[in-house]
Write a protein that binds this ligand. Structure first.
Ligand SMILES: [Zn+2]
Length: 220
């Protein structure tokens, strides 16, 4: 049996590592790639006995770095509130579809929730991603506090990065599945309204259990 990790309970080391990366000097594209790489590495490291694929994961994520960065900046610009992330969820769903994933939109009767699946059989690696903007965090893309709209929605929490990085991690794993280097399934869970609405722990958990995942990972 594979370990079952709840989306809201990542390990202390995971949190510490991510925070250290966020605080590290460097451009945002590099940090975005790091998020994606760590997620992908954890997924394979925990669920696959083969640890020799890490360099390929890193190369895959780096190779798509600009595509990921462009997507993250677009989601930042849209800054859509929870349950209204129509453009942001479509961007991520379309991205995964272009990379060969089977996409199911509007899952759990939520229009902006979706799953994207690649591969078949066990283990099933679940990766959760969010894309909702939060009230009061409207912000220009500058390092000082400059709201685009006073009191408006924005991505100060970083959901524009988390969703894209998670999708990039899923794509990197899918490439290894496609190459026959590992076996199983990777499934991305597009989780709307991660804060302020029904959190992903509420709607994703039943969905995850119904879909019989082996492990689920989320950035936080
Ligand atoms: Zn958040």
């Amino acid at each position: 049996m594979f370990a079952l990790l709840h989306s809201l309970s990542p390990s202390i080391r995971w949190i510490t590592f991510l925070r250290s990366q966020v605080r590290t000097k460097g451009n945002m594209a590099t940090r975005l790639s790091t998020f994606g790489y760590v997620l992908a590495w954890l997924a394979l490291g925990i669920s696959s006995p083969c640890l020799a694929q890490k360099s390929k994961l890193a190369a895959s994520i780096e190779q798509r770095g600009m595509e990921s960065w462009t997507a993250a900046k677009q989601i930042w610009e849209w800054a859509e509130p929870g349950y209204q992330e129509h453009k942001s969820s479509k961007l991520l769903a379309d991205l995964l579809e272009r990379h060969g994933f089977q996409v199911e939109r509007g899952v759990a009767e939520i229009p902006t929730a979706f799953t994207a699946t690649f591969g078949s059989g066990a283990p099933v690696i679940g990766i959760l991603g969010e894309y909702d903007a939060l009230p009061g965090l409207s912000q220009q893309a500058v390092p000082t506090r400059e709201p685009r709209q006073s009191g408006g929605y924005g991505h100060g929490c970083g959901h524009h990065l988390f969703g894209v990085a998670s999708a990039s991690a899923a794509i990197a794993i899918a490439e290894q599945l496609r190459a026959g280097e590992i076996r199983g399934t990777v499934r991305f869970y597009g989780c709307p309204a991660e804060e302020g609405g029904v959190p992903r722990s509420s709607w994703c958990s039943p969905a995850l259990q119904r879909l019989r995942y082996s492990i689920a990972l989320a950035s936080r």
